[in-house]
Design a protein around this ligand. Structure first.
Ligand code: SAM
Length: 258
């Protein structure tokens, strides 16, 4: 059940009964002892524009003497010290997020979702698989301006956002014109959006929004090196015979925008 307030920096776990939702208790414990790379409420207040430092801090707090941060994740190893920052919107239980993190050691991955269960489970998966480049955030992606600075993100992954099929509910769709402009403002020059959906109409409307925001369509994104990343919902739809509609859009390198 979505529980996120409009203010992503507002602490909500303290207002909830951990006996009713065990993932609230796990989140509270993780925020106190650093056992999971999961963030919520006031724990996010210093992250805006500081995600690379946040990841360095999370890696330090998640490392034990027997399980230190691998050398390939040390700051400064890649891209002249600037690790790429990817955000998956609606990361669900973290399947795709962790597959990507495993394949791309040169990047850090943030998964956003709106339920305690999803972000805690995705973070547990990262720890179980020993990925030091994953963090999850409980929060409504519409409120991301509070946690991401303009130009801070190198890629957004938006796979199968809730479709809201009934016409009267279209306004609930996450990827509308306003959200497309928001994502675009957070992208670095050359940064990209990769979206997939089962709904052709949703895809066409999102496409219009990305183009209107000044992004350019691109066949593929070099970063993913041809990986297709079939998500949980994509697999469900494929088994029902429903093909995905997807595409990539890139922010021009020269900062030129419509
Ligand atoms: C249909 S599921 C798709 C999950 C996954 N991306 C996949 O393809 O398997 C949509 C996901 O988006 C999340 N979600 C819905 N609205 C959101 C919002 N405003 N901000 C962040 N996540 C959201 C839901 O909780 C859910 O996990």
């Amino acid at each position: 059940m979505p529980l996120c307030p409009a203010d992503i920096l507002k602490d909500i776990s303290s207002a909830l009964n951990p006996a009713v939702n065990p993932y609230v208790a796990k989140m509270t414990a993780a925020l106190a002892d650093g056992s999971l790379p999961v963030l919520q409420g006031t724990a996010l207040k210093d992250c805006r524009g500081q995600w690379r430092e946040t990841f360095a801090r999370l890696r330090a707090s998640n490392s034990t003497p027997n399980q230190s941060t691998p050398d390939h994740l040390a700051p400064g190893i890649h891209s002249g010290g600037r690790r790429k920052l990817m955000v998956e919107i609606g990361c669900h239980l973290g399947l795709t997020l962790n597959q990507m993190a495993k394949n791309h050691h040169d990047a850090d991955f943030i998964g956003m979702d709106i339920t305690f269960k999803r972000v805690v489970t995705a973070a547990e998966r990262a720890v179980a698989q020993r990925h030091h480049n994953v963090a999850t955030v409980l929060g409504n992606a519409r409120a991301m301006d509070a946690i991401f600075a303009d130009g801070e993100i190198d890629g957004f992954i938006v796979f199968f956002p809730d479709p809201w099929l009934k016409r009267a509910k279209n306004k609930n769709r996450l990827v509308d014109r306003e959200f497309s402009a928001l994502l675009t403002s957070k992208l670095s020059p050359g940064g990209f959006i990769w979206m997939k959906t089962d709904q052709e109409v949703y895809f066409q409307e999102a496409r219009e929004g990305f183009l209107k925001a000044g992004l350019e369509p691109t066949e593929s994104v070099d970063f993913f090196a041809g990986h297709l990343y079939e998500s949980t919902f994509e697999r469900r739809f494929r088994l029902q015979g429903l093909p995905p509609h997807g595409g990539h859009w890139q922010k021009p390198h020269d900062g030129r925008m419509c």
